[in-house]
Design a protein. Sequence first.
Lengths: 73, 144
Amino acid sequence: MATQIVMDHTGDTRHHFDAKDLKALAEAERRFKALTGNGFTAATRQASGDVSIARSFDPNAEETVFYPRLVGG
Amino acid sequence: MAVWLTVPASWIGRAVLYLIHAVQTAQSRRRARFESRAVRGITLLREWLSPQQRQQLECFNHFEVIGCDSGKSYRIQHGVCQNVLELDGDGRPRMGWCFIPEGNLVPGDVMLAQKIALETDERGALAVAKQFLVPPLPHVVAAT
């Protein structure tokens, strides 16, 4: 089961989906595009613990976290 | 006349007590909601930290990351503002950087976004960040 984690003012919202389910996969891709289009950054974590930025939707990513646009504090 | 005055007074007293109770209950619920969000944020952060960073967070309430572009070390302290310190070669803070994700995020979420940004797009993060001075350590002042 893959997970998309979205940070927002309510805390983090987790969307679980089965990557083998084409409908769920399409919904996850739509969510990815909507969030990154709104300025969110998507990052994925490898099994080794390394983190990388996801520029496009990866159907094989186990866990993707989305955080809002960074601004100077 | 006296009866007419005591009845409304007791109603007012009850109403005031009811209002105080309602405000206290609302405050308590809001505090519980924030604490729940804060715990979830720290849990998510811990899941994404390397074992070494997780240990640093547990022991010192901060952890260190390496900037992907410069190779510099940064210390991310628990907090949501002015909590990123650039370290010198001896591991001492030399400059502060303030950058945060938009929105009212809890500390764990903010710290995770800062870690990911420095490890994957250091230049981009520092381009939006505001610098702040870090007070020198006492022994550094004495040496100068």
